[in-house]
Design a protein around this ligand. Structure first.
Ligand SMILES: [Fe+2]
Ligand SMILES: [Fe+2]
Length: 146
């Protein structure tokens, strides 16, 4: 009797960029967001592919560093455009960095494992860019920042 091999279901990608759902209307920041989500997908992949502790940690550190740079770019643009909610947005950025640093600290002392990274990432920067970053869109575009 012939048995066919069970078909492996393709794993859904970590994140799928959609202009409708994720664009903030500023090309530079859409590009940076896409770059950061690509990095998140690499972390997800590293974790799935055998829990490579060292690689996952290295990529997480890179992500936090590049997110800091991205936040600095946004803060500079919001300041330049006199965005009225700058202070609240900056506070949100600080809180997000603190959350990531806390996770990395927990990881390095062995209090959490790399398997926690993807679920953390899903709730971390993606909701911020989808819900919070869109608020600066109109102000920045009005100032010619697109
Ligand atoms: Fe952002
Ligand atoms: Fe932001």
């Amino acid at each position: 009797m012939w048995f066919s091999k069970p078909k492996l279901k393709p794993k859904p990608p970590f994140f799928v960029w959609s202009a409708v759902d994720h664009s903030v209307g500023v090309a530079m920041f859409d590009g940076e967001h896409q770059h950061l989500t690509t990095l998140m997908a690499r972390i997800h992949e590293a974790v799935q592919g055998g829990h490579d502790r060292h690689l996952a940690l290295m990529l997480m550190e890179q992500l936090v560093q590049e997110t800091r740079i991205h936040f600095a770019h946004e803060e500079e643009a919001m300041e330049k455009a006199h965005f009225p909610d700058l202070e609240a947005h900056v506070a949100e950025h600080r809180a997000l960095i603190a959350q990531a640093q806390n996770l990395l600290r927990q990881f390095t002392i062995g209090a959490t494992s790399a398997t926690m990274f993807p679920s953390f990432l899903r709730d971390w920067l993606i909701p911020h860019m989808r819900d919070y970053d869109r608020k600066y869109s109109v102000t920045l575009r009005r100032q010619g920042i697109r």
